[in-house]
Design a binder for this molecule. Sequence first.
Ligand SMILES: [Fe+2]
Ligand SMILES: [Fe+2]
Length: 470
Amino acid sequence: MAQALETIPNNVDLSSDRRLQRALEQWQPNFLQWWNEVGPDGFQAHQIYLRTAISVEANGWAHFDFVRMPEYRWGIFLEPKEKERVIGFGDVIGAPVWEEVPGEHRNALRRIIVTQADTEPASVEQQRMLGKTCPSMYDLRNLFQVNVEEGRHLWAMVYLLHRFFGRDGREEADELLQRRSGSSDKPRILNAFNEPIDDWLSFFMFTMFTDRDGKYQLAALAQSGFDPLARTTRFMLTEEAHHLFVGETGVDRIVQRCAELMAAGKDPRASGAVPFELIQKYINFWFSLSLDLFGGEVSSNAADFFASGLKGRFREDTLEEHKAVGQTYRMEVPEAGKLVEQEVPLRNAMNEVLRDEYVKDCQRGLDRWNKTLQKAGVKGMTLRLPHRRFHRSVGPCAGLFFDPDGKLISEAEFKAQEGEWLPTAEDRAFVKSLMHPVVEPGKMASWVAAPPKGINGMPIEFEYVRPPDA
Ligand SMILES: [Fe+2]
Ligand SMILES: [Fe+2]
């Protein structure tokens, strides 16, 4: 149970560890200062209809109410311990899970946790101006829900750093509040988290594709032999599902609006909606950027993380075999100007194995959008994922040029067609020109269809965001 009267809501019995509690209570005002400085701009005093995690119980973990964001109760919640849980994969399979950090894995685990942690505040920073151009009050509320939960995910990771990594961990926790998305001086660790998200098409693409990378990273860590990490990421996944919902349905509503106009013989662009080809370009951009987050196709780090029981595969516990030795993974890699087949030891291909699951899941989302096109009566047009070699900055395809079908082409060929494949400055300007705030309850911007239903059983026209003095 959450102890609601404590400063930091938690189910980790924080009050029994005075040192830890004090350390976190010292970090808390810095977190709040960070939130006020670079969190959602312009709405800090508004009352938002938000859900707050209050426990981990399946049917009672979330509490919905109006809160001012700086007063949100960010808490620390781990899924309950499984009795006699053992490590489920790698060389140490069958050994009891670790309740403390094993010395030999300390650096690797710290790095894994810090990299995950860094994405959480980064996305809040990236999205901070979006409230000012929200397409509806419903969407405005969803944006803030995502933002406060990314804040809670930062808490979840900072707890691990403070609790298990001593002074180094505390220093890392401080640095998490010092780096800034897009800063030339102290940027966030991963590239996709330094891209600005200053229009809502990008926001929905980000929550569809980039948050979905998060889902797969968290799912791999949910298998970890370091039990506190496994338990905390499991609970984060519960919240993450809503972020992915926001992205997938957000794009779906943009597709729907575009499709309805096309089916009626109208030009989406002239009607203040997002044209089909622009949706495709944004998919190409955000999907490829998010693919990079999985790391290199062939990776000895990934092999080590798997071998030592730190990071498993997606739903490792449902697989038949958990050692991944003596097996290979076939992939095509560019070599001296052409693509060649390569057999890679399976453990070294773990990033690619996880990416496979991710790509499948993304394709499911695109199938849904294509259904929306069809249902509206648009024929012969489908949205598609670009090939995973397209527009990559990490792995063997980085620095080379591929078309969206994955064909190796020259830089000149790429440059000649880049504007058809990826958003141009003009495209971005057009998308931005559509971004005018719509805040009357129940009303929608011209470029997005209304959602089928509201949040937590509330009607779509519910006043999800109330002014400070209401
Ligand atoms: Fe998150
Ligand atoms: Fe998220």
